[in-house]
Design a protein. Structure first.
Length: 452
């Protein structure tokens, strides 16, 4: 029997939840601990967790656990519930669609909501050229398909990804992903014809955007050869790699080179997309128009859905039956996405992301001014990070980032770490978080830093 069944009814999620940090037990409390014990027995060890509580409800800016603790959410389930957990419009759309039908398989008998999501993606992604979309279940699957489409379109095989890049955990996307532990170690051999180019990482390389682009382009020309290169894939702001914002001019120079050489430029906006960075897509912030763009995470308010959107002539390169999958573009997920995309626009969540970002950057910059162990505060919109270093150097301090994150979680604030060197704490709050709660969360971060 599950713990939840034996307890009093779980609180309703969504905006009805009290917006407060409330600790009634240690983290984890006894009910969460019991569930964690069951998890340890039943769930494969490779599926780890960061926050040792079992969620029973979430909404606004909080996650409530099985013991009645209410934690401030500064992670959004890794940039997914950007519009807020259990957003009422998403809940209503899911309920209505689930009562109509839950599946037909779009490849068997199509339905309206899939087409509506494709139309919305074609409209809201950067560029006013003719676009088409295809839908999938996860970010990794979208990336796989973007590469398939680019290869079919160009008749070439090689793909270039970047240092610090993260693109997923399937075989091809592991190959595209830079970091070995925990994503790749022991899971090879990996897909072939994947090459890695150096990124622009201003805090660490001190290069201008033009210099960093020239370095990457040289590798592509000399080690791969433009004639062999189907696609370049890059996150406009590296997510798992450490919220790395490239220097001005880097991305446009890479895009220009791709265009001049018939290489498909794929922006992986799975983490940066849907208002997270203060624009609907981060590509807009850098003035670039990708040929293809991959989306997932924020697209459907928490339902599993992903997309590839791009130039119609590239998207149409794959033969009939070459793209798809049993569940891709599931009707319940599509209904959620239609509602979520409407909310992003109607609630002007890009503006809200900028306001949240202003709070994050000003509070974290104030901490950095007093503490040289914060090497850099960076990001765009509500995608902001602090990189921890040994004071006065750029030497990564992963132990400090981990200690601060653990201390925050123990005090009821969910924060996530990231970075190639595991020395970055990233802040990705749901945009539905009240300002006061965000400030309280950052007070806890400040105290955790001071104590470590
Ligand atoms: N690309 C990027 C940029 C991501 O951040 C992620 C997920 N963290 C993925 C791809 C993979 O997405 P998923 O976990 O849905 O497969």
């Amino acid at each position: 029997m599950s713990i939840v069944e034996t307890s009093v009814a779980a609180p309703l999620g969504g905006p009805t939840l009290p917006q407060e940090r409330r600790l009634v037990t240690a983290i984890p409390g006894p009910r969460s601990q019991e569930l964690l014990d069951r998890k340890a027995v039943a769930v494969a060890a490779g599926v780890a967790h960061t926050v040792p509580v079992h969620a029973v409800a979430a909404g606004g800016g909080v996650v409530v656990d099985a013991d009645g603790n209410s934690l401030i959410d500064l992670g959004s389930g890794i940039a997914v519930v950007t519009i807020g957990n259990a957003h009422p419009a998403v809940v209503a759309a899911v309920q209505a669609q689930a009562a109509q039908f839950t599946h037909t398989c779009f490849m068997i008998s199509p339905y309206d909501s899939y087409v509506a999501v494709a139309e919305a993606l074609n409209r809201v992604t950067p560029g006013d050229h003719a676009k088409k979309s295809a839908l999938f279940n996860s970010g990794a699957e979208a990336v796989e398909n973007a590469v398939k489409i680019a290869r079919k379109h160009t008749g070439r095989q090689a793909v270039v990804a970047f240092d610090h890049g993260y693109h997923g955990r399937t075989n091809l996307t592991m190959a595209l992903t830079a970091k070995s532990m925990p994503y790749k170690s022991g899971f090879g051999p990996f897909a072939g014809e994947v090459y890695r180019a150096p990124l622009s990482y201003p805090f660490r390389d001190g290069l201008t955007g033009a210099e960093a682009a020239a370095r990457a382009i040289s590798l592509m020309e000399k080690q791969v050869g433009a004639d062999n290169l189907a696609a370049v894939i890059i996150e406009p702001i590296q997510g798992e790699g450490g919220f790395i914002v490239p220097a001005d001019g880097f991305l446009p120079a890479v895009v220009d080179w791709c265009r001049a050489n018939g290489v498909v430029f794929i922006a992986d906006e799975i983490q940066t997309g849907f208002a997270r960075t203060g624009a609907m897509f981060a590509s807009e912030l850098f003035g670039i128009v990708p040929d293809l763009i991959t989306t997932a995470k924020g697209i459907a308010g928490g339902l599993p859905l992903a997309g590839v959107t791009g130039r119609a002539e590239i998207m149409d390169a794959a033969h009939a039956g070459g793209l798809g999958g049993t569940y891709g573009g599931n009707p319940v997920a599509c209904a959620a996405a239609v509602a979520a995309i409407e909310a992003f626009e109607a609630e002007d969540l890009s503006a809200r992301a900028r306001a949240v970002g202003d709070i994050l950057v000003s509070r974290l910059s104030a901490l950095r001014a007093q503490d040289a162990r914060i090497g850099e505060v960076r990001g765009r919109g509500a995608m902001v990070a602090a990189e921890f270093v040994v004071a006065g150097t750029t030497e990564p301090d992963a132990a400090l980032a981990s200690a601060v994150a653990k201390a925050c979680i123990a005090e009821g604030v969910i924060v996530l770490t990231c970075g190639t060197y595991s020395n970055v704490i990233r802040f990705l709050p749901p945009l539905s978080i009240p300002d006061a709660l965000l400030h309280e969360g950052l007070d806890v971060v400040a105290a955790a830093l001071a104590a470590n």
